[in-house]
Design a protein around this ligand. Structure first.
Ligand code: BG6
Length: 466
């Protein structure tokens, strides 16, 4: 729809930025932190997580930069195993202290903390005890969530339960050290994560009823390759399995009917204990976090032996699945240097579809572009391509607001360079550059990129000149 007059961003719009604990903190075994599954991940060609961007030691400097940038919100995650080194049991007070200090620092800088409880870094001890396949992990998650809510009551208004549960299920390789579970097992894990989120939601309502909580899945509009009715069915299939399965549960507390039919057909439908569905229906989300990077394009599955479950690669790598869909190229879209399709209008479409289905406030919890970057001869980082990417995406977010979407805020990924899940520091996302290489730590100095100045100005003007 074309609008003749631009509607401004709301005055209380949460101009934010995101990170996650294991990708930015470092200090992986300091001050009593227990290992998470990510600490086992030590690929030869990229950085591990032992130092990352050293945010653990430099958080004050980083928050000062956030303040200078003008952020209204900072979305980050707490490392579960920094607080509970074994995932359950004894609390590590030193670990908790770090988050108390960080949150106080943010609040005194006037920045709203939006806190994710769990972002890909399951405590290793829980993993070794069966991980999400074991219902004891649900109990451990609830205990951990309760401690966080009690500790930060009145300070944290926005909680996020689990980051990209749908990516952990659809692309499990980087999430499971050792053996990758079968599809049947993964959907059992998925169910347990749903139950864990509902238990955390119930706990928050009891402990701090003023605070809000929701999930942060990776949600994308799925396009049919053509107007062939079979392609439309395939797009519906993949959208239900990838997106609505997760959001219907968060918003309505029930299994999406099409995703359920898929799970039953494949023999993946999980075991559900008595009381689970009642708990899920009674503890739905207050708002929905949306991580958006791109859209997907699909056609009808050909069932010619080529299609297989999209288990490998990163979140944007799809192949297809026999009888369900086949992934297709979208020739209308350009791609990043890492091959992710760039689709700003797809962000508007995604926000419209999600809001139309759920009528819950939405927060963009991630969106951004990763690229190779170096400090240039003038000592700066000129990331024009990031400014262009974000500018066109913010424009579409503004249009989605004008379409009637209740968009609370927008937190680009990432505030600062961090370890990208598959490409380490070769793929940088930040407004702030970190002077380190893949393995060589160099000065670790923070350098404001050109996009920092651009975003600072956008925030200052409340998006008026987009
Ligand atoms: C999301 C994750 O999948 O996308 C982040 O929540 C991740 O943890 C981000 O870093 C970008 O993906 P990648 O693979 O480029 O790091």
């Amino acid at each position: 729809m074309f609008y003749s007059v631009k509607k401004p961003f709301p005055e209380n719009f949460l101009w934010g930025a995101s990170t996650s604990a294991y990708q930015v903190e470092g200090a992986a075994d300091l001050d009593g932190k227990g290992p998470s599954i990510q600490d086992l991940h030590k690929p030869e060609h990229i950085s591990d997580f032992s130092v990352a961007s050293d945010h653990y030691h430099r958080y004050k400097e980083d928050v000062a930069l956030m303040k200078e940038l003008g952020l209204k919100a900072y979305r980050f995650s707490i490392s579960w195993s920094r607080v509970f080194p074994e995932g359950a049991g004894k609390v590590n007070e030193a670990g908790l202290e770090f988050y108390k200090n960080l949150i106080d620092e943010l609040l005194s800088a006037g920045i709203e903390p939006c806190v994710t409880l769990y972002h890909f870094d399951l405590p290793l001890a829980l993993h070794e005890n069966g991980g999400w396949g074991n219902r004891e992990t649900i109990d451990a998650f609830e205990r951990y969530a309760r401690l966080m809510f009690e500790t930060f009551k009145g300070k944290v208004k926005y909680w996020l339960t689990i980051n990209e549960q749908n990516i952990m299920i659809n692309h499990p390789n980087a999430m499971y050290p050792g053996r990758v579970p079968s599809q049947k097992e993964l959907y059992q894990h998925n169910h347990h994560m749903f139950v864990a989120s509902a238990r955390a939601t119930a706990a928050l309502r009891e402990i701090d009823p003023e605070a809000k909580i929701g999930p942060a899945p990776n949600i994308i509009a799925v396009y049919p390759k053509s107007s062939l009715p079979e392609d439309i069915i395939a797009a519906d299939n993949w959208e239900a399995i990838r997106d609505w399965l997760y959001l219907d549960m968060a918003a309505y507390g029930r299994y999406n009917s099409l995703a359920k039919a898929y799970l039953e057909e494949k023999g993946y439908f999980p075991e559900i204990e008595e009381g689970d569905m009642e708990l899920l229906a009674a503890n739905t989300a207050d708002y929905l976090g949306i991580n958006y990077y791109s859209t997907a394009t699909v056609s009808a599955a050909k069932n010619d032996g080529h299609d297989r479950a999209p288990r490998n690669g990163d979140q944007q790598t799809m192949v297809g699945e026999e009888g369900v869909f086949r992934a297709e190229e979208n020739p209308a879209l350009k791609a990043t240097e890492f091959g992710w399709k760039i689709d700003p209008v797809g962000l508007r479409t995604t926000l419209r579809r999600v809001y139309d289905r759920y009528h819950l406030p939405l927060l963009i919890t991630e969106n951004g572009i990763g690229g190779k970057e170096e400090i240039e001869a003038d000592g700066k980082v000129h990331d024009r391509y990031r400014i262009e990417y974000l500018r066109v995406h913010f424009e579409q977010a503004r249009l989605a607001l004008q379409d009637g979407v209740d968009l609370m805020g927008y937190c680009p990924w990432a505030f600062i360079d961090l370890v990208s899940t598959h490409q380490g520091y070769q793929k940088r996302y930040g407004f702030v550059h970190v002077d380190r290489g893949e393995k060589d730590l160099r000065t670790m100095n923070r350098i404001k990129k050109d996009s920092f100045d651009w975003y600072q100005n956008l925030i200052r003007e409340n998006g008026a000149n987009l």
